[in-house]
Design a protein around this ligand. Structure first.
Ligand SMILES: Cc1cc2nc3c(=O)[nH]c(=O)nc-3n(C[C@H](O)[C@H](O)[C@H](O)COP(=O)(O)OP(=O)(O)OC[C@H]3O[C@@H](n4cnc5c(N)ncnc54)[C@H](O)[C@@H]3O)c2cc1C
Length: 386
């Protein structure tokens, strides 16, 4: 029987553990935190905030993988009345529809964007500067970067397409991602995976193949390999609970600068106590900007879209997610250029900044499948269809 060690019990580590155990391997997971889930943890208590994921995209590979195993659980559908309360800020005013020029970039027939040119230059050629800028800023909802227009056109276009597809790809596990994590952990447990929490690994084991399913920063330290870097986003997070007011927006996308505010109780009432709404603003910030800059921009958006919000606040939290929102690809690079999964000597990387395709946590999922198939010496396709 193969033995395999997985370091990290987030989405990548749990995917790797389940996949390896389903193939008959004896698996041990080490997680330094006292609970599993990593960035997919949901806070306990009255305000069920997510550190990382909210949206589970149903066009991606992990959707069907989780569904085949009955691990998604109940979803919180967005009522049509709430969906109609989506707003966009453009030229300082709130509107319901995107500017016409931006729509040109969302057409199914739009050309495939190139890898080696920045999005802003390519999209300006397609739709003019105004449409290109609005589209770049909209895409921040799925890439969390302060200057999406400067990233590879192909990279931004993929996120734009996924985030604007109809019917929407984004689905919301009821109660946050904690339920998905719990179901994944239960599945791993039932397959005989040994899961050790509060078990921080400081040196790689040498007696089994290892899947290092940590953030890329943690993998760099663990492997002592300074080449393990890749750009990511830096974004201010503003979590707010507000007393309910009828007619509040469901979400506001800033087309004047990257930024997004969503009222997550619109689709899932279980996230906050009765009579209150839970919102999260994510405002990407440049390297020279501070958390306060991001918060100030979030407050401008709130002033526009949430009447009397300042008087309705019942709870508030601010933070910065730095390098925690997955890979971004600069012009001339694609996922294939990111740090390779196979590090040699039986060490494999899984996570959202390594060489695997997909959007956000799909990269963690895809890289975990590949890491396990390499570690067990099996064809990746066998595992995907197992
Ligand atoms: C604000 C924000 C919003 C996001 N929104 C979305 C979204 O809407 N949809 C989506 O799909 N994705 C989203 N993401 C991305 C998603 O959160 C991540 O891609 C995903 O959770 C990464 O999972 P992972 O398992 O690769 O890494 P992690 O979740 O970081 O897990 C790594 C684990 O390894 C553990 N660890 C680290 N070092 C060690 C060690 N030495 N020994 C033992 N354990 C160790 C850590 O404690 C952690 O639990 C978002 C992220 C952020 C920050």
């Amino acid at each position: 029987m193969h033995r395999i060690t997985v370091i990290g019990g987030g989405l990548a580590g749990l995917t790797a553990a389940i996949t390896a155990a389903e193939s008959g391997a004896k698996v041990t997971v080490h997680e330094s935190h006292h609970t599993l889930g990593g960035r997919a943890r949901t806070a306990e208590g009255p305000y069920r905030t997510n550190d990382g994921p909210h949206a589970l995209y149903n066009g991606g590979p992990h959707w069907s993988w989780l569904r085949q195993r009955d691990l998604i659980g109940p979803l919180a559908p967005l009522p049509p009345l709430e969906a109609a309360r989506m707003r966009l800020r453009h030229k300082g005013a709130l509107r319901r529809t995107p500017p016409f020029a931006m729509l040109k970039l969302l057409r199914r027939s739009a050309q495939q964007a190139p890898v080696d040119v920045d999005f802003m230059s390519w999209a300006t050629g397609q739709a003019g500067e105004e449409g290109a800028r609005a589209a770049a800023h909209y895409s921040a909802v799925a890439l969390f970067h302060h200057d999406p227009g400067a990233l590879s056109a192909a990279f931004v276009q993929e996120r734009l397409r996924r985030a604007t597809r109809l019917p929407p790809e984004a689905h919301y596990p009821r109660g946050g991602w904690a339920g998905v994590v719990d179901r994944m952990a239960a599945r791993a447990w039932n397959l005989g995976v040994r899961m050790e929490t509060l078990s921080r690994v400081d040196a790689l084991p040498t007696d089994t193949p290892v899947v290092v399913a940590t953030s890329l920063d943690a993998a760099r330290r663990l492997l002592g390999d300074d080449s393990l870097t890749w750009p990511s986003g830096r974004t201010t997070l503003l979590d707010l609970a507000l007393r309910t007011r009828r007619g509040d927006a469901f979400a506001v996308s800033d087309l004047d600068a990257p930024g997004w505010i969503e009222r997550f109780t619109a689709q899932d009432r279980t996230l906050a106590p009765a009579g209150e709404q839970l919102l999260q603003g994510q405002i990407p910030i440049a390297p020279h900007e501070t958390r306060a800059d991001g918060v100030a921009r979030a407050e401008q958006l709130l002033d526009l879209a949430f009447d009397g919000w300042r008087e309705r606040v019942t709870w508030r939290r601010e933070s910065v997610a730095n390098g925690r929102t997955g890979a971004v690809d600069l012009p001339g690079t694609s996922w294939r250029d990111r740090p390779a999964i196979d590090r040699g000597d039986g060490v494999y990387l899984a996570g959202d900044q390594v060489a695997a395709p997909g959007v956000l946590s799909e990269v963690s999922f895809n890289s975990a499948l590949t890491a396990v198939s390499l570690a067990l010496g099996r064809n990746a396709l066998d595992l995907k269809h197992a």
